[in-house]
Ligand binder design. Structure first.
Ligand code: HBI
Ligand code: FE
Length: 292
């Protein structure tokens, strides 16, 4: 669905027609590089044993462990040699259609700015740490790289079928907040989790959220929270399985089927679900009480 925002949205001054801007790596201040290092070291200390080994392999092969905010040109040279992807800078969220087109062209759009100390644990727009530390390492893996391009192509088609919100949910519950079962253990892979100190713990250890085996149709019916930890995490068996499900699905009839089925709440559990953890939702209740 091409909402008003994306219809009316035109790139801001200084941005190209595809919303890209120069990264201007030389203009980052020492304080901004130091913010990256603080965030990087905090995650690098706690992710081993918790995050998918595929993510750590990506960090390694892209040599992201050297200090300071990565230079997208250098990073893209290494990444392109591996899976044909490049990282380009944008001012922030870009309209869905432009976002999908970039993914379909194997360019990953990353925020150029980095969060301030006050925002260290939460910010609304994706900054360079969320986008580059969170999303880019898995793009070094050929299967995940193919999934992200297939997602972009599917997204462009979904716009014509008024089903963008369905794909946004698939993106949210895989690319942003996905869990994977590797060698029988539950591991993190979603960028929104691995770039967040608090959620890297919560998503694996906390008894509050549900953890349910991913089913494409189920995910596309399920609402998500954008401003707090998830009440449900979906688990894939492998990146190959996620890619296979996506490539093998004919989305047009699936979208038609979904028309007749109601959306599911963020904490819903169905009798047909393969439930790994039936969550207590204690955390969500505590937040609601805090609001009330
Ligand atoms: N824009 N820069 C940027 N980064 C995103 O992750 C992003 C976006 N626009 C839209 C979007 N994500 C999601 O709505 C996708 O599901 C389309
Ligand atoms: Fe993201």
């Amino acid at each position: 669905m091409t909402d008003a925002k994306s219809l009316l949205a035109v790139p801001p001054a200084g941005a190209a027609a595809d919303w890209t801007i120069p990264q201007d790596w030389a203009r980052y201040t020492p304080a901004e590089h130091a913010m990256w290092d603080t965030l990087f070291e905090r995650q690098a200390r706690m992710l081993p044993g918790r995050v998918s080994p595929t993510f750590l392999a990506g960090l390694d092969v892209l040599r992201m462990s050297k200090p300071g905010i990565p230079d997208f040109e250098e990073l893209s040279e290494r990444l392109h040699a591996l899976t044909g992807w490049r990282v380009v800078a944008v001012p922030g969220l870009v309209p869905d259609e432009d976002f999908f087109r970039h993914l379909a062209n194997r360019t990953f759009v990353a925020g150029r700015f980095i969060r301030t100390p006050e925002q260290i644990d939460y910010l609304q727009e994706p900054d360079v740490f969320h986008d580059v530390f969170g999303h880019v390492p898995l793009l070094a893996n050929p299967v995940f790289a193919d999934y992200m391009q297939a997602y972009g192509e599917g997204g462009l088609r979904s716009l014509d079928l008024n089903a963008m919100h369905r794909l946004a949910r698939l993106y949210w519950y895989t690319v942003e907040f996905g869990l994977i079962r590797e060698d029988g253990d539950l591991r993190l892979y979603g960028a929104g989790i691995v770039s967040s100190y608090g959620e890297s713990r919560f998503a694996l250890d906390d008894p509050s959220p549900n953890r349910i085996a991913l089913d494409l149709k189920r995910v596309m019916r399920t609402r998500y929270k954008i401003d707090d930890y998830q009440q449900t995490y979906f688990v894939i068996d492998s990146y190959e399985d996620l890619l296979r499900q996506t490539l093998e699905t004919d989305f047009a009839p699936l979208y038609a089927e979904l028309e007749g089925e109601p959306d599911l709440a963020t904490d819903a559990v169905l009798p047909t679900d393969t439930v790994l953890t039936l969550g207590s939702q204690a955390y969500a209740r505590s937040q609601k009480e805090a609001v009330a």
